[in-house]
Ligand binder design. Sequence first.
Ligand SMILES: Nc1nc2c(ncn2[C@@H]2O[C@H](COP(=O)(O)OP(=O)(O)OP(=O)(O)O)[C@@H](O)[C@H]2O)c(=O)[nH]1
Ligand SMILES: [Mg+2]
Length: 391
Amino acid sequence: MFELISDDSTTSMPKLIVLGVGGCGCNTINQLSQINLPASVELVSVNTDAQSMAATNSHFSIQIGPKTTKGLGAGAKPDVGCAAALESQESLIHQMQDADIIFLTAGLGGGTGTGALPQVARFARELVKPVIAVVTLPFGFEGHHRAANAEAGLNELLQCANAVIVLPNDKLAEVLGAKMTLLNAFNESNKILQDVLLGLANTISQAGLINIDLNDFISVISRKGRAAMGVSHLKKDEDLVTAVKRAMQNPLLDNIDLSQAQAAIVSVVAKDTIELSQYNQIGATVHQQLPHDALVIIGLTVDANLESELEVMVIATGIATKLLEEDLSASLQSEDNYINVHDFLKHPSALNQGLKPELKSELTQKPSQYHHDVNDLQIPTYLRYQKQQPH
Ligand SMILES: Nc1nc2c(ncn2[C@@H]2O[C@H](COP(=O)(O)OP(=O)(O)OP(=O)(O)O)[C@@H](O)[C@H]2O)c(=O)[nH]1
Ligand SMILES: [Mg+2]
């Protein structure tokens, strides 16, 4: 079982730590630093590239692998990113040890994020912390090597993190339109993490009418595999079922099949006029999309000042990973028409290399001890509380 650091006798605000690893991870941290996050969220930038890290806004920063990379980045070599994380293991562990939930984010395909992120997830896991990772897959036009790097990194990550949310960058062009600027498209994808964080921080730190607490959250994300996440705002006169389905079909996510999900957490924020039938309809809609035996935990927070009619956030977890090849097929089929995304962003170009075989075998070694028992977490909080109440 996960160790809960938060102490009810003090603030009972679970501490969420977000580590952005590599260039993309630090971009996301930068973007998160510009919004109003709850005080319980701590942002940490992690990079091998000292210059780019200095330009990142965060509460803490860790330059990993100063000896390995001399502060110059990992040059698109995941084995260098991995060695950098191992060199800085102590600082990374120190940073994560008082977290209740750890979020990790990176763009897969380069050196630092791809090599270091699975290692950071492994350290977090050895600290027995719940870990959610949000990662991007490279654009098809970035070429075969980056796609292969990303695939290896993702497979490693899936073994270490509890829930992994995957955002293929190609979906950005598909969904947002080819005319959108690259920077704006990146901002949209980085916004997914922002939505997850805000939604979760608000959900688990607010005393809802029907409360979701940290244990509920942990019981859902303990289902290993891919995860999906979406937020939807009910518009005036919109059908509630349509809005809930929208939250469950985030078009920027990979091809995930919700009928394979093992668990979901649904957080509803509504005005005090919400009807019992509406609340039931939300639950029924989520249940319909998931297997009949999936664990679904639904919380409700009443907010009289809510701008929209109603807000629904869904996180579905424990989704089988068979669709990985489909996500990567476009990139893997492409010839070596490698275009460095950094050229678009006016960053120095990086070289492209696959994972070394010896790194692959090192990375696939399973961490030694990792046991958690979620049986005691299967009962939603409000039912547990009802059981505890004297009649
Ligand atoms: N969605 C999104 N993707 C990004 C962003 N920045 C980079 N990427 C993607 O992430 C991949 C990895 O790029 P970086 O994060 O810059 O690489 P890195 O981890 O720093 O690796 P090295 O620079 O080689 O050490 C790229 O191939 C892009 O596909 C971003 O801000 N948003
Ligand atoms: Mg970099």
